[in-house]
Write a protein that binds this ligand. Structure first.
Ligand code: SAH
Length: 244
């Protein structure tokens, strides 16, 4: 009797562990992704001045299910440290770039953040795991619609998606603690600097199409002054829209 009880307890434990382990088949891939991000952070420390990213940024990267944001056929490589296509000629950035840009925003949990270029919604989800409220804008309607549906399904209730040209920002929801642009502009969009709070940060890739672009960190010191730092050469899809 006692023996069979022990057996039952052992069997229950085994089943529980199996269920926990089987709960998230992507957990290991996500851990490997974090290690790859850290390795690239070290490789680029000369340019970025960073030996490591904020632990809470890495924690958010370790939580968001990236495989939910890529097409089904790319499931197996969802956590590779490289960009992936998300349809409509657009791409989801390399995890290292997502993590670095998020880190550069220097945001705390009370922050309100604007993203331009929702794409799959992955970057918005990473931000949503970190801050109070995220507003994200996308110029391709089907991408905006599918990101909206996906973010709601995955429980990111603090992320709001809008189908519109993000060059002009979202003044009704601003001013923002931080703004991130995930498409390359050929200049820093003045409306976005306008919609930043004093002390806020804007991270934006700037450069011509098919040429080297630079990731810029724009720190709005006060209403009159900004400080601009060039962080890293990057390659993004272009910011489109009617701003010429
Ligand atoms: N952040 C996304 C990837 C961005 S790809 C993710 O995590 O998946 C760049 C996106 O910017 C594309 O979806 C593109 O359609 C969008 N985009 C380009 N110009 C835009 C504009 N003016 N306003 C809003 N979105 C724009």
């Amino acid at each position: 009797m006692e023996r069979s009880l022990k057996y039952m307890i052992a069997a229950c434990l085994f089943v529980t562990l199996q269920v926990q382990g089987g709960d998230d088949p992507y957990a290991k891939a996500r851990q490997r992704m974090l290690a790859a991000i850290q390795a690239t952070v070290i490789d680029t420390r000369g340019e970025t001045g960073r030996e490591a990213l904020a632990p809470r940024v890495m924690e958010a990267m370790g939580k968001v299910p990236r495989h939910e944001f890529v097409p089904d056929e790319l499931d197996a490589v969802a956590y590779a440290n490289r960009p992936l296509p998300v349809g409509h000629g657009q791409t989801i950035s390399q995890p290292y770039i997502v993590a670095l840009m998020t880190d550069l925003l220097d945001i705390d949990e009370d922050a309100v953040v604007l993203e331009i270029g929702t794409g799959s919604g992955y970057q918005a989800a990473v931000l949503g795991a970190l801050v109070n409220r995220v507003y994200t804008m996308e110029i391709i309607e089907p991408l905006a619609d599918s990101a909206k549906e996906r973010l709601a399904r995955l429980g990111y209730g603090n992320v709001e998606v809008k189908f519109a040209d993000g060059y002009y920002g979202w003044p009704e929801k601003g001013p923002f603690d931080a703004i991130i642009v995930t498409a390359a502009a050929n200049h820093i969009p003045p409306p976005l600097v306008e919609q930043l709070k004093p002390g806020g940060r804007l991270v934006v890739p700037v450069g011509e199409r098919f040429a080297v672009q630079h990731l810029l960190l724009v720190h709005k010191l006060d209403e009159q002054r900004v400080q601009i730092r060039q962080i890293l050469p990057v390659r993004f899809v272009p910011l489109t829209g009617g701003h010429g």
